[in-house]
Design a protein around this ligand. Structure first.
Ligand code: MD3
Ligand code: FE
Length: 207
């Protein structure tokens, strides 16, 4: 397997089964308060295949009219996002190597057919902080490259309980999810994959 790009740390099996089940219960509570919604691409309004919600002071949203952005409230309910579960705050503080708490946790839900095209995460004002990702449920094929779309890419199978830390020169790397491997985990009764990404959003000196 080729080496991961500099700044990408893969921590396979970071959460054991009991920790995954506990975190899943936390996420069920988040989704009960802040329901999954269908994100749409800016301008075209084309719907993404992934369903999304957030927890934390800020949440990443997208729709046809206003495009990609962070906001403090759920687009459908108008309520503030629920808090980031303690277990996720602990993971961040254990692996991020960054002194400030995460401000956003994006919850992505993938059915067997869902995927996410190659993209950069650049809607945040602080690229010094890493992104921390936690996978639950079915395996996926994740692919990460470099800061230019044409850079060579490396594929990685992510499994339930894996943590990925994206920092340094990889913070602006192109990345995406090429496919889900159905029925590879028993964590979610009806299958599918959940990915949780923890992020800093605002610049260290304000904005
Ligand atoms: C590499 N999510 O929500 S997580 C996203 O599995 C996103 O749902 C994917 O890409 C998922 O934006 C991948 C791993 C990840 C997250 C952020 C990154 C990889 C990254 C930022 C820079 C480079
Ligand atoms: Fe991303």
């Amino acid at each position: 397997m080729p080496a991961l790009p500099e700044g990408v740390r893969h921590l396979p099996g970071y959460l054991d089964r009991a920790a995954q089940e506990a975190l899943l219960e936390d996420i069920r509570a988040v989704v009960a308060d802040a329901p999954l919604y269908v994100p749409a691409m800016p301008r075209t309004g084309k719907e993404m295949s992934v369903r999304m919600t957030n927890c934390g002071p800020l949440g990443w949203v997208t729709d046809k009219e206003s495009g990609y952005r962070y906001q403090a409230t759920h687009p459908a309910t108008g309520r503030p996002w629920p808090p980031i579960p303690e277990a996720l705050m602990r993971i961040w503080h254990d692996v991020a190597g960054y002194p400030l708490a995460p401000e956003a946790c994006l919850v992505n839900f993938y059915t067997a057919e869902a995927k996410m095209g190659q993209h950069q995460d650049r809607d945040e004002a602080d690229f010094a902080a890493p992104v921390v990702s936690v996978s639950l449920g079915d395996d996926c094929l994740f692919r990460v490259g470099g800061p230019r779309r044409q850079d060579k890419t490396v594929s990685l199978r992510l499994q339930s309980g894996d943590v990925l830390v994206l920092g340094g020169t990889s913070r602006l790397a192109f990345h995406g999810v090429d496919r889900i491997y159905p029925d590879t985990s028993t964590l979610l009764k009806n299958g599918g994959r959940i990915n949780l990404t923890l992020r800093r959003v605002t610049a260290r000196n304000g904005i």
